[in-house]
Write a protein that binds this ligand. Structure first.
Ligand SMILES: Nc1nc2c(c(=O)[nH]1)N[C@H]1C(S)=C(S)[C@@H](COP(=O)(O)OP(=O)(O)OC[C@H]3O[C@@H](n4cnc5c(=O)[nH]c(N)nc54)[C@H](O)[C@@H]3O)O[C@H]1N2
Ligand SMILES: Nc1nc2c(c(=O)[nH]1)N[C@H]1C(S)=C(S)[C@@H](COP(=O)(O)OP(=O)(O)OC[C@H]3O[C@@H](n4cnc5c(=O)[nH]c(N)nc54)[C@H](O)[C@@H]3O)O[C@H]1N2
Ligand code: SF4
Ligand SMILES: [Mo]
Length: 729
């Protein structure tokens, strides 16, 4: 049995980021010389099974019927009980919106205009590879591997196309490591410090719950296939509470919407503990048997009495008391979190503190009680991750690690030693998705930076490339996808041949390795071989689930013990085996051993000039981060880009509904239209993330405003600790 997780120390796990899994699947990718001979070209109608590639907790199974390389039907695989209903709105027309979109890049391109201008000419694969490898050889010789930055993220979360081959390639040349901390790193670190693991209650078991707190997660948009289970629980008597400063689509449907100020959840959770303990509602036996550091915590929460917390969170004291008592008394009670509240300086501590609540109340004792978070550890244990990227067997020293959140700084810091000379971007659109957009654009304009982008479209990032290579879409390549939000594994079978001259990411790195003269055997593996090898495991979760089974059926649920009660009897993944209220590990690294609320420190001048707090969230329905934000039908459905602002703040600025306004701070300017209403609180404005800057008036999107500050426990992006001013224009 190959249990990769067992080989990862907890410390290392915490350093990994990207919801762990991209990493827990500790990316050993495999090279392949591809689908040649693998893709069946048939003139009879055939149906292939596949899986959505998006960085989404749902990982929907789909089926594609094709004939003569034409897609006749594309739909959810109805047999999968979790995702079978339908695909979400943004994906239901995926073949037209992405694979066959007229703007898709189908040949390699070489820049002929200025960086950022978007002018390219066609070039052959062989010439482009030759030119890229020659340049890379010079850079490696003159500046060393650490001058090369691979910037690949979760544009596809399929294990093979995400990083199987690229990891091998960049390890081989000793390039920088990328800390993939833009999403989930702070959330995961917080939960891990408390519970030693992220996996808790399984999604289907939410139906057993009678008190469901959707804490900083917009289930109706971001986790759509969980929503029917939430509704079923409600039918069976569950009360649904949403904790979110914004009135999200999910909050609109809640029985109770608790609206703390952004970034104050850690205080809210500690305040709840204070009330629960004071009122004698804590489960003393559970605390005694399965937790560590309760005495220290008990003293600490004296600082979080209901008056203080009510002031920090700006919610009524009586509301706070009612919430804490109801939560403690309801059985079974469940807290669902994903990512939402991690994007601020208190994010890691918020996840730590909220994760403690089920141990304070003993909620873990019952089915449907506890905490529901990521599920990536299931795949991390079940699949043979050793085989994915050969990472640990490539005998080259790792380069330095660069936090992806700091891309702007990294590209612009003088005397950054060695300076980044080559940037490879794939599965990501950092100009849109990483904070401090203008600094990133400035860095990407540098004449002495060599940039290669693998993409489907000429995105706002690809515009800065020296070379763009055309990537295949999920209909055209093999992949295997586990999930961070449910308990299924899927195989993605290619349904059509790659369009034009497009090639999978893995093939690009295989070919570049060959061009560089690398003849290591791990660059010779095909995608199909990599896919098959992931199933070379005898882990009990995989009983009966083979590559052949998935080729026939597409999906399978891991064979998990039932009932799934991970912490009924403790069994936490921490070193102590207990839920750790007090973290000796953090104390050692000179961080607070108990979670605490810290007020972000802005200068007096900054507070005066930029009085409003910005929430830069993914509130659009049709975009997936920046993906699909170039698709006309989805842009039209979203309408104009809107600033959500309270009546109070609009009136103070003489702003009326629909007015064109400018949001600005020291980082940049965004132009958009005001929508006044009750969906946001006084003092907080909301600008949606995802829009391509080049498609907006003014040429900037919300990350032109956001700060690139790092949350301190997991190194995630504190996007929402950003202040702005708004004026009518
Ligand atoms: N439609 C759609 N679905 C998606 C995505 C997408 O772009 N579009 N992206 C996918 C990805 S990459 C991810 S990571 C997941 C994320 O899924 P979720 O974790 O659900 O994350 P978000 O939508 O970022 O945020 C959820 C809510 O958190 C709230 N929030 C923000 N700050 C705070 C805070 O300080 N405290 C509290 N309590 N709430 C806060 C926001 O107002 C928002 O309504 O969604 C995935 N699904
Ligand atoms: N302000 C603000 N910023 C945010 C967030 C927020 O809530 N607010 N959310 C953050 C979060 S949670 C996340 S996860 C990040 C996501 O940030 P990114 O990882 O940059 O995600 P996308 O914007 O979806 O860009 C993915 C790109 O990968 C490309 N792609 C898809 N499949 C393939 C493939 O097979 N090969 C190649 N080569 N390319 C492919 C797509 O065309 C797309 O351009 O954004 C973060 N940024
Ligand atoms: S984006 Fe998420 S919900 Fe939509 S089809 Fe893909 S996996 Fe399913
Ligand atoms: Mo994300």
């Amino acid at each position: 049995m190959k249990d990769k997780k067992k080989n990862i120390s907890r410390r290392k796990f915490l350093n990994l980021g990207a919801k762990g899994y991209a990493s827990a699947h500790l990316v050993q990718s495999v090279p392949f010389s591809l689908f040649a001979g693998v893709h069946p070209i048939s003139s009879t109608q055939e149906t292939f099974h596949g899986v959505c590639y998006h960085d989404c907790p749902d990982s929907c199974s789909w089926s594609v019927s094709v004939k003569d390389e034409k897609v006749l039907e594309f739909k959810a695989n109805e047999l999968n009980p979790f995702t079978g209903g339908k695909l979400c709105g943004k994906m239901e027309r995926f073949p037209e919106d992405v694979t066959f979109h007229p703007n898709r890049i189908l040949t390699p391109l070489k820049r002929i205009g200025k960086k950022g201008e978007g002018k390219f000419e066609r070039i052959s694969w062989s010439q482009a590879l030759e030119e890229v490898s020659s340049k890379l050889k010079v850079i490696l010789k003159e500046n060393g591997g650490e001058s090369v930055l691979p910037f690949g993220y979760m544009g596809t979360q399929g294990l093979i196309q995400k990083a199987a081959m690229s990891k091998r390639f960049f390890k081989r040349i000793g390039a920088c490591n990328l800390a993939e901390s833009i999403c989930g790193a702070s959330a995961m670190s917080g939960v891990f410090i408390t519970n030693g693991q992220s996996i808790g209650v399984l999604p289907e078991d939410i139906v057993h719950s009678r008190y469901i707190i959707l804490w900083g997660t917009n289930t109706k948009h971001s986790n759509v296939h969980l929503w029917p289970y939430v509704m079923k629980a409600r039918k069976q008597g569950a009360k649904i509470i949403v904790v979110d400063p914004f009135e999200s689509a999910t909050a609109k449907e809640a029985d109770w919407h608790v609206r703390p100020m952004p970034g104050t959840d850690v205080a809210l959770a500690l305040g709840m503990m204070h009330i629960i303990v004071k009122e004698g509602l804590a489960d003393v036996d559970y605390i005694k048997d399965h937790t560590l550091g309760f005495e220290e915590l008990k003293e600490h929460i004296q600082n979080y009495d209901s008056k203080t917390v009510s002031r920090i969170c700006d919610i009524e004291e009586q509301e706070l008391i009612k919430f804490a008592k109801e939560y403690a008394m309801a059985k079974p009670s469940l807290i669902r979190m994903l990512i939402g509240m991690e994007h601020n300086l208190n994010g890691g501590d918020a996840f730590r503190a909220v994760s403690m609540l089920p141990s304070i109340t003993g909620a873990w004792r019952e089915l449907g009680g506890g905490l529901m978070h990521f599920t990536f550890e299931l795949g991390g244990k079940a699949l043979n991750f050793e085989r994915l990227d050969f990472y640990n067997t490539i005998p080259v020293e790792n380069g330095r690690t660069i936090n992806m959140v700091e891309l702007g700084k990294v590209l612009n810091t003088e005397n950054f030693n060695p300076e980044i000379k080559a940037l490879f971007v794939f599965n990501s659109n950092p100009v849109v998705t990483i904070p401090n957009q203008n600094l990133i654009r400035k860095g990407m304009k540098r004449d002495n930076l060599f940039t290669v982008v693998l993409e489907h479209f000429i995105t706002d990032t690809a515009k800065y490339a020296d070379y763009i290579f055309p990537a295949t879409s999920q209909l055209e390549h093999w992949d295997v996808a586990d999930s961070w939000g449910q308990a299924y594994i899927n195989l993605n079978h290619p349904a059509i041949k790659p369009l034009g001259e497009s090639k999978p990411n893995s093939e690009f790195f295989r070919l570049l390795a060959a061009e560089m003269g690398f003849d290591d055997p791990y660059f010779k593996e095909t995608d199909l071989e990599i896919a098959e090898s992931l199933f070379d495991t005898d882990h009990p979760y995989m009983k009966g689930i083979t590559f052949e089974y998935l080729r026939e059926n597409g999906w399978a649920r891991y064979n998990l013990p039932e009932p799934w009660l991970p912490h009924k009897n403790g069994n936490f993944g921490t070193v102590s085996g207990k839920c750790e209220f007090y973290s000796a590990q953090l104390e050692k690294s000179e961080k607070s051993p108990l979670p605490q609320y810290k007020k972000p420190s802005y200068s007096v001048e900054e507070e005066r000039k930029y009085p409003l707090k910005l929430l830069a969230i993914k509130s659009t329905k049709g975009f997936h981060n920046s993906s699909h934000a170039n698709v006309k039908r989805l842009i039209d459905a979203e309408g104009d880009i809107e600033l959500k602002i309270s009546e109070y703040d609009a009136k103070a600025r003489n702003i009326s509904n629909g007015d064109k306004v400018k949001a600005f701070n020291k980082n940049g300017i965004v132009i958009l239209y005001a929508r006044i209403g009750k969906r946001t609180r006084k003092g907080v404005v909301i600008i949606p993330h995802g829009y391509w800057p080049s498609l907006l008036e003014g040429g900037s999107s919300v990350n032109a405003l956001t700060n690139d500050w790092l949350e301190e426990i997991g190194g995630g992006a504190a996007f929402n600790d950003t202040r702005v001013q708004i004026v009518k224009i």
